[in-house]
Design a protein around this ligand. Structure first.
Ligand code: ACO
Length: 402
């Protein structure tokens, strides 16, 4: 049932709900999840249909504006995002000052935050045109930023965007092309990455999105709010899981124990080891995104001729988990992150880039949720209560008496 918070206020009561297991922070029209039935819809459209038929920028438009764009609306949106993909020369210099081996998620959140200093005309959170400008700038610049995160790590220069190519196609070129050489991306890879970005585009009130909303609730600008979301996403229990899954698979591959021994450690909770990429706060049935990604992983790996032994390990882990009481009782199934890393790896991304790719995909969701919140008359500054459990009042003790 829904408990109306004003009733609790009138009675002076406070609810304690660690992890917000049962607390809704808002009403939202954007994304619908039925965790028991394994259903995910953006603005009413089933995720599998969007992944199959739509494109990332069209889904971004849908999430942000509420409806699929008409042909002309869609073209105008793509054109506007395209036109803003170049970054200021000083911005490139700024990104270049971070240690090359520093984690790209830290560079990404700093870079997104820094956008506000380059575009001060896009900061008013209550002006529709300004918000639309910030929206387009974020979608455009985050793509350039993400490709540059990769290039800096491998010591290659930033490549300038090619406005004639599609969002994902040009992202791959900017990431992997050799300067001055023609780059033709593989249509299978473009299609798979487009799908992955769509699957990550929104997921209602998860940890990073709730962070974006709570930061925005203080009327902090969109860049500051999204940068905070990127930091929340970086943790291994959230978006960072895609990188952790690959590291887990690699450690099993290089160890002298087999998958059964690893699973025994997980079940014994030895050193807090978890089966990364498994379990979800809301999905208590198979994550519908994971089902799509699993199919895609198989297709991409075989098309690229990159059969990966790590996929076999992942499949074995899943097989064991699906038939094991520990996982069945706790309703632990693969989540979206379980198979994504294998695809990113086959595409040529190193593990540290996996979570920035998640962030690139989640950008439309964060923006849509922030915009919805700013327009919602029910929005108040996010400010949870607490139950104080510390010392009662006591007098100050001078240092020589302690
Ligand atoms: N491996 C082993 N055991 C697990 C796992 C796992 N991956 N996930 C949960 N459990 C166990 C817990 O130990 C706990 O067991 P207990 O009842 O004996 O104490 C029980 O299942 C419930 O787990 P909670 O941590 O209470 O569940 P919660 O909803 O708080 O956590 C979470 C969800 C964080 C996703 C968790 O399942 C997890 O840590 N998974 C691994 C990390 C991961 O893949 N994260 C990505 C999530 S999806 C995303 O962000 C895109």
């Amino acid at each position: 049932g829904i408990v109306v918070s004003s009733l609790l206020r009138e009675t002076g009561m406070v609810t304690v709900d660690p992890g917000f297991m049962n607390t809704a922070s808002c009403e939202s029209e954007i994304t619908y999840i039925d965790g028991d039935a394994g259903i995910l819809r953006y603005r009413g459209y089933p995720i599998d249909q969007l992944a199959e038929k739509s494109t990332f920028l069209e889904v971004a438009y849908l999430l942000i504006h509420g409806e699929l764009p008409s042909k002309s609306e869609g073209e105008a949106f793509v054109e506007r995002v395209n036109r803003h993909t170049l970054v200021h020369e000083d911005f490139r210099t700024f990104m270049g000052t971070f240690p090359r081996n520093g984690h790209p998620m830290a560079v990404m959140s700093s870079a997104i935050n820094a956008l506000s200093t380059f575009y001060p005309e896009s900061l008013d959170p209550f002006d529709d045109e300004t918000i639309e400008l910030a929206t387009v700038l974020l979608l455009a610049k985050s793509r350039t930023i993400t490709s540059y995160l990769h290039r800096r790590r491998v010591g290659e220069p930033l490549l300038y965007p090619d406005y004639s190519r599609g969002y994902v196609d040009d992202f791959l070129r900017m990431t992997f092309a050799v300067p001055y050489q023609q780059y033709d991306s593989d249509p299978t890879v473009v299609d798979a990455l487009d799908k992955l970005l769509i699957l990550h585009a929104d997921h209602e009130q998860n940890c990073s999105t709730s962070t974006v909303r709570i930061v925005g609730s203080s009327h902090a600008n969109l860049y500051a709010s999204v940068a905070a979301g990127i930091n929340a996403l970086s943790g291994p229990l959230h978006g960072g899981a895609n990188e952790s899954v690959l590291k887990m698979l690699q450690s099993i591959q290089s160890s002298d124990y087999d998958v059964d021994t690893f699973m025994a450690k997980v079940k014994d909770k030895e050193d807090g080891v978890r089966l990364m990429g498994f379990g979800h706060r809301v999905y208590k049935n198979y994550d519908p995104r994971a089902a799509i990604v699993k199919k895609s992983a198989d297709a991409v790996l075989s098309t690229l001729g990159k059969r990966d032994e790590l996929l076999d390990i992942a499949l074995q882990l899943e097989e064991i988990a699906l038939n094991d009481d520990y996982f069945i009782e706790r309703k632990l199934y693969p989540n979206v992150d379980f198979y994504t890393g294998l695809i990113y790896k086959a595409m040529g991304f190193e593990p540290a880039m996996f979570t920035p790719l998640f962030a690139l995909g989640r950008m439309p969701g964060w923006i849509a949720q922030w915009r919805e919140m700013m327009k919602d008359p029910q929005t108040k500054i996010g400010r949870p209560r607490q139950i104080y459990t510390g010392a009662t009042e006591r007098p100050y003790v001078p240092v020589d008496e302690r």
